[in-house]
Design a protein around this ligand. Structure first.
Ligand code: CA
Length: 217
């Protein structure tokens, strides 16, 4: 990921200017909001990568901003606040904030926290966890839509029954069930189920999906 876009939510003009000047100097892109409602709106419309959020805002409390954003977004939120009481920090973290900086904070500390958050975002992106669509050769899984395609054909997989029957129960025939379901999954996914290219069996370990090029499987 390049330098992330930061949404700076702060009603105190000198503090906001200090933050934006720091971000600008270090090559970050940024957006600003001076109250909670605008912050929520801008999160929806501009999809920033990280939010720096003051808790004491003129319209709604910063905690309300976190609660609202968390109903639909995992955007990292670093709270900035003059409140130094532990209970405020705990409330912000419990409601979904990722990190906390108590004012007055040093510019170097702010930059360090941003780097930590950015590293975590990069890790998530490289793991594909952040990506709603997983692509492996001809196989495409859209996690948010709950759909699977193989070479543009949608597959109808009984995902719920698979996870419930294999991992959600303690029945003795779990392993047998797993084999049956894997065989059925291979029939749907593999060109040649007897010589699987996508899902390999590792004896004594389990199954793993192999990365394939687009026309290999
Ligand atoms: Ca404030």
């Amino acid at each position: 990921m390049n330098k992330p876009t930061i949404l700076v939510v702060e009603d105190d003009v000198p503090v906001r200017c200090l933050i934006t000047t720091t971000l600008k100097t270090h090559g970050y892109k940024y957006l600003t909001a001076s109250n909670g409602e605008t912050a929520i709106m801008m999160t929806t419309s501009h999809n920033p990568d990280i939010m720096l959020l003051d808790l004491g805002l003129p319209d709604i409390d910063g905690i309300e901003v976190i609660r609202s954003v968390r109903t639909w977004s995992n955007l990292p939120i670093i709270v900035l606040s003059a409140r130094s009481e532990d209970s405020d920090k705990i409330e912000a973290l419990d409601n979904g904030a990722d990190d906390y900086l108590t004012k007055p904070f040093s510019v170097d500390e702010l930059l360090a926290r941003l780097r930590v958050t950015q590293r975590r975002l990069n890790l998530l992106a490289s793991d594909g966890i952040n990506s709603p669509v997983f692509v492996n050769g001809p196989l495409k899984i859209d996690f948010s839509a709950g759909c699977v395609w193989l070479s543009e054909n949608e597959l109808h997989l009984t995902h719920t029954s698979l996870t419930q029957k294999v991992w959600g129960s303690t029945q003795e025939n779990d392993i047998a069930s797993l084999r049956v379901y894997m065989a059925s999954l291979r029939k749907k996914l593999e060109r040649c189920p007897d010589a699987p290219h996508l899902i390999q069996t590792h004896v004594g370990v389990g199954y793993r999906m192999l990365r394939v090029e687009n026309d290999e499987a």
